[in-house]
Design a protein around this ligand. Structure first.
Ligand code: GAP
Length: 558
């Protein structure tokens, strides 16, 4: 129990907060905090501190955390992202610019973590994939060879009734109706979504070039160099992440369709007809499947094991089934909800100019099922084109000494921005007990790994907290927060997805330990200060369970 005491020193009154502690048969009183000279102020402060001090009482069932997933619209997500510092409209003080977004501190960290996890899974931990980082602007001949100059075209249409602008594929011209009002579209002609720019400062001498519309092409253009330098043997992949630009007629739905975005792509090369040796790995991966035939017959998607879908020739190649399974596994291993995914085969009239078969991994966005990731079978289209246009031999030699062009039987091509939306949407929870949003991001993706709070506003506690901050911030992003009630500090961090909150409480200086609170359960453990860094590291890497990471303590403040 905590109470206020008054001391008179040299005729002046000073107020203190005391706490009674039972030691064996005796009840002792211990000073918790100095409350100042004014009684009213002291009472206020005491109330705040009492609320903050972890109270060793058993939580009633009512107090237990209860996370409920919250379905929100894409507009609500955009507002949340702006309010919390994840994403802002680009150059907003000048009114923004359609299809361009600026990432704030938390958004940058989340995006970097997504890209980092993607790289670890696809490049760092695989012997058969290496990475490159090509330039955004390259020789325009690359885009002539790839077919993007002549064939990367959409049709711009405007609704005759409501004026809504969008793009459609050629094959949709006769049938498409306005997405907004079902009105008739007016064909405004073909357009190429590649942005152009001039290279060279003197206008007359300058050369027109393009901002890349996909990261893939420099993988093909550099194919021979990378293969030789990295001494790669087929089958192998080359990965690249980076910015891509498309002059979309109607950018919309927050980060879903923007004009500047990022991609994470792999071109996986094989000798034609090579059997995928990894098929055992994907057994037991059920997913909703919608192939071309089902779409033509208006049939619903069916839940099927990807391995079985290949055996039944619903998915034509083993490599395609393998890569779809691996990508689905990547998403779900990082906390995406499996029931929000399905795969859909492109119908023959919607395939890109380079593809002979394409499947999309689709996600149930708030606006409906939409493409998240593409898996195109590009065969030897790109290497052949670059070989012809550049007059550079792109062939490899098989076991019998015969020359051949490797095939890309599957190109997993993923947008970072859409991935960013998926992880936010699937992890947006509300806790009615805590009465705040809990962003249940996988700790590996969370922008801030731990928040550190001194519970008592005294130099002793603040210095201890800062020393922990300085120890941890060499390894990962942490946040120091000493303002507001402890409950407020917890909820602020729940809302930005911080998985662990470390509190320096009244016992810490003496016991040389702290409490660590788990974001999702609100459970707390006590851990020695010297072990905090390694404990947080193990928790992030899921090497230990929270309950086994320290001594569980019962607390009142959640
Ligand atoms: N290299 C193949 C390629 O670029 P794509 O289907 O045009 O294929 C691949 O793009 C992925 O890039 C998409 O599945 C999507 O995640 C992302 N993407 C494409 N256009 C986008 C845009 N305007 N805004 C945001 N992401 C986009």
């Amino acid at each position: 129990m905590a109470f206020i005491t008054k001391k008179k020193i040299a005729g002046k009154e000073y107020y203190y907060l005391q706490k009674s502690i039972r030691e064996g048969n005796k009840v002792k009183s211990k000073m918790v905090a100095y409350l100042g000279k004014d009684l009213k102020e002291a009472e206020k402060k005491a109330e705040q501190i009492k609320n903050q001090i972890t109270n060793e009482t058993k939580p009633t069932p009512k107090q237990k955390s209860k996370l409920e997933h919250k379905q929100i619209t894409i507009e609500e997500l955009a507002m949340f992202c702006k309010r919390k510092g994840f994403v802002y409209p680009s150059g907003e003080i000048y009114g923004g610019l359609g299809g361009f977004w600026d990432f704030g501190h938390l958004g940058t960290e989340l995006k970097n973590n997504i890209k980092r996890q993607w790289w670890i899974y696809h490049v760092q931990t695989r012997e058969d994939i290496v990475g490159i980082d090509g330039s955004i602007i390259t020789n325009p001949k690359v885009w002539e060879a790839s077919g993007h100059v002549s064939s990367f075209v959409d049709i711009a249409v405007v609704c005759k009734k409501c004026g809504y602008k969008t793009k459609i594929d050629k094959h949709e011209l006769k049938t498409a109706k306005c997405d907004k009002c079902k009105g008739e579209y007016e064909n405004k002609g073909e357009f190429n979504p590649m942005f152009t720019t001039q290279i060279g400062p003197i206008k007359e001498d300058s050369q027109t070039a393009y901002l890349r519309p996909e990261t893939a092409q420099l993988i093909f253009a550099n194919f021979k160099l990378v293969q030789e330098n990295a001494r790669l043997q087929l089958p192998f992949g080359i990965a690249q992440t980076g910015k891509a630009f498309r002059n979309e007629i109607s950018p919309r739905e927050f980060l879903f369709r923007d004009r500047e975005f990022e991609q994470m792509e792999i071109e996986y090369f094989i000798e034609p007809k090579t059997v995928c040796p990894y098929m055992e790995e994907i057994k037991g991966t059920p997913i909703l499947i919608l192939n071309e035939e089902m779409q033509k017959k208006n049939k619903p998607a069916i839940l099927m094991d990807l391995h079985e879908a290949y055996k039944k020739k619903i998915i034509k190649t083993d490599w395609h089934a393998y890569w779809i399974a691996k990508e689905y596994e990547w998403f779900t291993s990082l906390g995406a909800n499996p029931s929000n995914f399905r795969i859909r085969q492109h119908t023959s009239d919607e395939k890109s100019h380079y593809a002979i078969d394409t499947w999309d991994l689709e996600y149930k966005f708030p606006m409906g099922w939409r493409e998240l990731q593409g898996f195109a079978n590009r065969s030897d289209f790109d290497l052949k084109q670059h070989q012809e246009h550049s007059k550079t031999n792109m062939e490899l030699i098989d076991e019998k000494g015969k020359k051949f062009l490797p095939h890309v039987v599957c190109e997993p091509s993923l947008g970072v921005d859409r991935t960013f939306l998926v992880f936010l949407l699937d992890n947006y929870f509300h806790d009615p007990i805590r009465n705040n949003i809990v962003l249940k991001l996988n700790p590996k993706l969370a922008p801030i790994k731990a928040a550190i709070f001194p519970i008592i506003k005294k130099p002793e506690y603040e210095e201890l907290a800062m020393s922990i901050v300085q120890d941890l911030n060499k390894e990962f992003n942490v946040l120091y927060d000493k303002s507001g009630s402890i409950g407020r500090r917890y909820s602020r961090n729940d809302e930005i997805g911080t998985p662990y909150c470390i509190t320096i409480d009244d016992k810490s200086p003496k016991q040389k330990d702290v409490t660590i609170r788990d974001r999702d359960t609100t459970e707390q453990i006590r851990v020695k200060i010297k072990d905090v860094k390694s404990t947080i590291q193990k928790l992030i890497n899921q090497e230990i369970k929270f309950k086994d990471a320290g001594k569980l303590v019962k607390t009142r403040i959640k």
